[in-house]
Every structure is written in structure tokens, then in C-alpha cells.
Design a protein around this ligand. Sequence first.
Ligand SMILES: *Cc1c(COP(=O)(O)O)cnc(C)c1O
Ligand SMILES: [Zn+2]
Length: 437
Amino acid sequence: MATCGAVSRKKPPPFVLGLRCLRCGRQYAPGELDYVCGCRPNQGSDLGTLEVVYDYAAIGRVFDPQTLAQDRDPTIGRYWPLLPLAARASLPPLGVGGTPLPAAPRLGATLGLAHLYLKDDGRNPSGSLKDRASAIAVARAQEGGWPIVATASTGNAAAALAGQSASAGQVNVIFVPRSAPPAKIAQLLVYGSRVLAVDGSYDQAFDLCAAACAEFGWYNRNTGYNPYMTEGKKTVAFEIAEQLGRLQGGAAAVPDVVFVAVGDGCIIGGVHKGFADLLALGWIERMPRLIGVQSTASAALANAWRSGLDVPEPVKATTRADSISVDAPRDAVKALAAVRETGGAFVTVDDAAILAAILPLARLGAVFAEPAGAAAWAGVQAATQAGLIQPEETVVVINTGSGLKDVQAAMAAAGEPTVIAPALEAVRAAVGHWGPN
Ligand SMILES: *Cc1c(COP(=O)(O)O)cnc(C)c1O
Ligand SMILES: [Zn+2]
């Protein structure tokens, strides 16, 4: 069995021209390197982050809105010319994406928003948006002949890698902070991953995973470090554009604003790349403003944006929203570009507002989110107060993770049920305490 994927790597993805370093501008041929540019290989937030460059003219010759509309596959495979894969069939059978975009008029009305939509990515197979990236990681590992894939994760990236690996029969190793919510750790164990629960922070798990990959020749899925994860996450933007387009009777449409919770910054960078791809193909005519939401207790990127820095100062993250608890964001270059280049913003919300946002999102929007997912809605509230969005604008809020991922947080927000004796009298007493609907 090969210990180094580079030797056994087969044909390259047909539409990828190469990789470009967003820090020093150096270009690389497809497959020339796997992770970050040598200008800054191992420097926390100041990585030589690579961008995957596509041949849009060639894609446009085989891929158009009519072809796409006829594709019955609701998963990310439908976008395969825009994915960094040699073959569509390399995606694991456990389909990812195709999540709903319901309108949420009652939730919108609470803030005077007339056109609010919720992109519910908690409904991916492992319960988070991370499935989009992990599908690409496993597909690339299999195309490249890597025997083992590894990742560090606050929990969801790991659960996603575990599920996609189970689907494809891929051996995988997971580094999670020991403090990750039990539901996420259970997913890893159930799917059969080799789980290393690191007695330390996510940032420590990240560095340890990178060191272990170098030592043992594993394929590293780490967010920000592996340039291809953006390419999976961007598919959420393709779906939003297609779904809004369908509602408006066209092939694709752009919201005015998209809200997403931010930790390392890979998702918001992916959303940016997805809309940028569609703009380059001429399917859409403008970009949406991207608004990143961080907890005040994990705000490295929001701080950098506010002070105009390109490299965030690390923080000591303590937020209850574990999926966005990050000291030194690893995808800072792409995250800051996403906000700056679209005229967006970063907003911060405290943990009390994040937990409180779980309830309106579920009760008025029917989306049950984990704390990090609910943070995006808390961010809409903050942005409305700050005058960053207007009542008539089309606003999309991405829920990045299912509420079942962290039931303790949900119960903290929702409280306890009324316990009663098994008697009608007890029901009568309880009903007497209820207000009018
Ligand atoms: C990973 C994750 C985020 C943050 O994504 P980044 O790419 O780290 O910014 C937000 N919400 C959930 C549920 C996540 O799993
Ligand atoms: Zn570089």
C-alpha cells in the first residue's frame, strides 16, 4: 500500500488550472502540492492559503443552467465540473447537500424583514454543513490513493469525515478536543473512526493532526490548511442561487445578504467562492454582501476586520458555541476577503444572545439549530440594529448545524417540561397555568 499519495495520484480534475497562493501570488500546477504554500507553511492564522483556480471558459462549454436544471441528482454531485475531482463518481455514496431553503416570513416579521430565507444545512447526513467539505476530502483521498485521512475538528468536521468515510470505506483518524459535545463524539465512534480525544483546545488538536499527517503520511483534511475544503463548502452558495432562482422563475438568483457563523472562516470563504464561480460563469450578475457572525467570546476575525488587519491576533476562545470556538482562525485570508470584497461586515453577539436565538429560529422558522448555527440568527438581530440590512432586502441565513448536536444547549435555552402525575386532574391543573396560546 502506498504511504505517499503523491506517487499513486492519477489523472487531475479536468477543469482545474492549478492553485494560487493568496498570500504571495505564486501559482502551482494541479497536484504540485497538497496543502499550503511554502511562503508560510505552518504559522497559525498567517498561512500561505491556496485557492483552487478553474478554467471557467471550458466549464461553460459543458455546464449551463439548462443542463443543470435537468439533472435529477439533488446532491453536490450536480455541480461536479466546479469541483476539484477527476470524476463525479468519486464522491461517496452517502449524498451531501440538497438541503432546503424555506421562507421564514414569521421569523422575518420580528425584525421587519420582508424576504427572509433559512438555508438549513443541519439536514445534511451527519447534521452539519461540514459534510460538503468532507465529501470532497474523501473523494480526493480515494482518487489519490491515500490510505488514511485525518482531521482535527471542533466536532462537526470530524463527524462529517466519519460519515463520508464510512460510506466510502475509507480509514480515518480524528483529533477532537476532549470537551466536544457528547453527541458529536458519539457520531465518530459509531461510524468507526479512530478517535483521539485531545486533552487540549481545538487549536492544539489542529497542530497535532498536522504533525501526525506529516509523520505518518496521512491525508490532512484540516480546515484552511487543505485548500479543497472551500470547494466543498461553496456548494451551499450554488444551492442558494439555484433555489432562489427557482422561486423567481429563473435559473439562478442572488440574495442581497447572506449571514453565516464564523470560526476558522472556511465556510464564509466557501460561500464567497461559490457565488464568485457563478459570477465568473455569467449565471449571476452581482455578489451578495456576506456577513460573518462571531461570538464576542471567540472574535479573532471580527477584531481583525474592525482594525483593518490582514492577520488576526489570536484570542483565548471561550464561547459555548463550540463549533465557532477558535483561537487562531486558519482560513483568515479567505474569510476576510469574503467580507471585504462583497461590502459585507462582521458582527459579534454574546453567548446569551446565541442561546436565546435558538428559540425564535425553531418556533418561528422551524429550524432547530445548534448554538453556532443559531449565532447566525443572533447576528441578523445585531445587524438590523446596526442598520446593516434593509427591510426589503432578500436575506439568507445559513443554519450550519443541527440542534441535535448539542441537546444540553437546547435544553438550557428551552427550559424543562412540566412533570405531571399520570392523572387527568394533573393535566387540568397544568392547563390552568398556560396562557392564551
Ligand atoms: C464549522 C462550523 C462553523 C464555522 O465554520 P468555519 O469554517 O470554522 O468558519 C459554524 N457552525 C457550525 C455548526 C460548524 O460546524
Ligand atoms: Zn505563498
